[in-house]
Design a protein around this ligand. Sequence first.
Ligand code: FPP
Length: 249
Amino acid sequence: MADISQPIEKLKSQIDMENLPKHIAIIMDGNGRWAKKRFLPRNFGHQEGMERVIEIVSAASTLGIKYLSLYAFSTENWKRPMEEVQGLMKILVQYIMRELDKLHENNVKVQIMGDISKLPEFARKEVMKTIEKTSQNTGMILNIGLNYGGRDEIIFGIKNLLNDIEMGKINIEDLNSKNFSDYLYTKGQPDPDLLIRPSGELRLSNFMLYQIAYTEFWLSDVLWPDFTEKHLMLSIIDYQKRNRRFGGI
Ligand code: FPP
């Protein structure tokens, strides 16, 4: 594996720009442990995690990644203490307030995966503003998972599909694994080529279950608040050495 201690330019020179992953998905994990190690409340970890979101979104877009999917808040995260949930919503709003103009200038289009009708009003308003403002942008698509769960997404897709069947827009015999993808939140997008999960956990945690069928995994012990542009580059270099067979030989 390439070495993280190398200067950033050296790492960058090892990336084959002709063979970039089109779509990168990230399960941003380890914020709580990062804070605990420093005897800080968990939300300090999320706050630092937001700084990494800013860094990684910018790095991915500059590199020329076309789609970036970030898991920010799962359908299960509501079970956390109220102050942590509130804190996360405030951090989301803070992120939008700080970054929306920059995202727009950089031609990033923000889309949401998940049911945002359940978000508190103050957060939903900002999220809607972000979607609208960036809707015509043609650069990187940034999918943010908010109140997102992979199983719920499949059910959302089935409901959309049944609706289309009822309206006569599709015949059930014409349904296949490709066109079913267009009933999901990532409609029109290729499946992730690379899934990054920091923090040492070895599970999918209900993230993009349908889309991730042939995705390459890149796992690391580093906690999300310590995940830098260099880690992103390492993951891409490593990905480019993989031999993707999609079930063939
Ligand atoms: C998982 O770490 C992380 C989350 C549930 C939240 C992710 C949120 C951010 C990175 C902040 C802002 C996001 C955006 C899009 C602005 P954990 O709390 O489960 O960590 P632990 O496993 O160490 O406890």
